[in-house]
Design a protein around this ligand. Structure first.
Ligand code: ZN
Ligand code: MN
Length: 477
């Protein structure tokens, strides 16, 4: 019997708003002392009232539009009731039957061909706290409780772990573009639940699925789905196809899934409309304003970069892939009118330094201001390209200081003074009689030894164009 896998993903992405979803606590709790970023509202004290955060509604709507969803004029919040120690209120405020948006889609590439994946809905909700299991108990940190989340639910359109990963990466890219979430996996800002079931190929009905909870990397998403497909395939092939829906966890060490519980259904949560928050009523006008604010998609940007900056497809793809790099490149290119240099610094120098230091683009100390100043210094002949890419760039990465300041303090200004360069060239000629003889005999390659000598003596600060010119003149005479 030929079996096919039916996979759907729920993606939770933490929105990058200033405050939490329903209270005024800061939304930036990363690395803060546990339980210091809380208030009576997000701790669920009796008598407190949650108030939806306008910024998170807007960010959710713009992400939904970037995922081609329809924004609904009428939506509401609901209580999803369940008990768990990381949930101080005893319920999560989510959106059940009337989410803010639905019916989206996106395209992924599967074996070089475009495949359309449906998005059932994007809804808003708040996050729970964080449990840390230690040797003799469990620690609770509520700093994360109440942070704004969007949950993006796909249609069961995915057929392999690879497709699921491709889809999740595309969502990450689009949501980052929308500016709604940084989707930083290391910081837990993006998490996946994957529903997996099998069915005989050609069958149209859906069979009981296993939902793999809380996958927090693309790699574990792919491995867990592959494992679950293989597990269910064995059951089907031995005539014991799964009969009930299950919730399973992923054991990263054992690389296997394990049963957590029989899957809960909507009825188990006793959803009811959140009585403390009025329904969300949006005007056509508001929705139109948001539509105009959706940034250019990475796919459109890719084509435009190739056209506007005469880039190769690979270069344009790299620079358009990540919204933050794309912005850095384009702002720098526009300000310096030197897109070639901007592409080289943003597309090559910066990523290799970040990789060396194990940093992501979000942690990068290099801003547009750094790059504009750096390229302007090179273009003005004040700084050599070589020093800009090495000593000066390294210093910017470590200290975050601006390049002008660095070359001033370190005395790295390029030497473009004719007298000084001539003196260095004379010294090079005197010290390298063999190379001089070769050049005079027509072996122009020997020039490199003379230029190299000058560059070394000047600690890389001599203007290489001028060195070549002056040496040529001196050797002619
Ligand atoms: Zn709070
Ligand atoms: Mn959820």
């Amino acid at each position: 019997m030929e079996l096919e896998a039916i996979i759907g993903l729920e993606i939770h992405a933490e929105m990058n708003t200033r405050t939490k979803m329903f209270c005024g606590c800061s939304n930036d709790n990363f690395a803060k002392v546990p339980n210091t970023n809380v208030c009576p509202i997000c701790m669920g004290f009796p008598g407190t009232l949650p108030v939806p955060n306008a910024e998170s509604i807007k960010k959710g709507a713009i992400a939904a539009l970037a995922l081609n969803c329809t924004i609904k004029k009428h939506s509401k919040f609901d209580r999803k009731n369940y008990f768990y120690p990381d949930l101080p209120t005893g319920y999560q405020i989510s959106q059940y039957d009337e989410p803010i948006s639905e019916h989206g889609h996106l395209e992924i590439l599967v074996n070089g061909e475009k495949k359309r994946v449906g998005i059932t809905r994007l809804h808003l909700e708040n996050d729970a706290g964080k449990l840390t299991h230690v040797a003799n108990g469990t620690l609770l940190d509520f700093n994360r409780a109440g942070k704004p989340l969007m949950e993006i639910v796909s249609d069961p359109d995915l057929r392999s772990a690879k497709e699921a990963k491709e889809y999740a990466e595309t969502v990450q890219k689009l949501v980052r573009y929308a500016g709604s979430s940084d989707c930083d996996m290391e910081k837990g800002q993006m998490r996946f639940d994957a529903s997996v079931s099998l069915r005989p190929k050609g069958d149209t009905k859906l069979y009981p699925r296993a939902e793999i909870k809380n996958l927090n990397s693309f790699r574990s998403l792919e491995s867990a789905i592959d494992y679950e497909i293989a597990r269910q395939r064995e059951l089907w092939e031995s005539g014991k196809a799964p009969a009930t829906e299950q919730t399973v966890g992923w054991d990263e060490l054992k690389q296997s899934t394990y049963l957590m519980r029989e899957k809960e259904s909507a009825a188990d949560y006793r959803y009811f409309p959140e009585p403390d928050i009025p329904s969300l009523e949006l005007t056509d006008e508001q929705i139109e304003i948001w539509k105009r604010e959706v940034p250019e998609s990475p796919m459109v940007k890719l084509d435009r970069f190739m056209k506007d900056y005469q880039m190769s497809e690979a270069e344009a793809r790299f620079l358009s892939e990540d919204a933050r790099l794309a912005r850095l490149f384009e702002d720098t290119a526009t300000a310096t009118k030197n897109p070639k240099a901007a592409a080289s610094f943003v597309g090559t120098v910066l990523p290799s330094r970040l990789a060396e230091q194990g940093k992501s683009v979000t942690d990068s100390p290099i801003t547009t201001a750094h790059l504009i100043e750096l390229i302007s210094l090179i273009d003005a002949g004040t700084l050599s390209n070589n020093l800009a890419k090495t000593t000066v760039f390294d210093e910017m990465m470590i200290t975050g200081r601006l390049p002008g300041q660095i070359i001033e303090e370190k005395g790295l200004k390029q030497v473009s003074d004719t007298g000084a360069i001539e003196a260095l060239c004379q010294a090079a000629i005197a010290a390298n009689p063999a190379a001089v003889a070769d050049v005079k005999a027509g072996k122009t390659k020997a020039m490199a030894a003379l230029v190299g000598y000058v560059m070394k003596e000047s600690k890389g600060q001599a203007n290489p164009g001028m060195v070549n010119g002056v040496l040529g003149e001196l050797l002619k005479s």
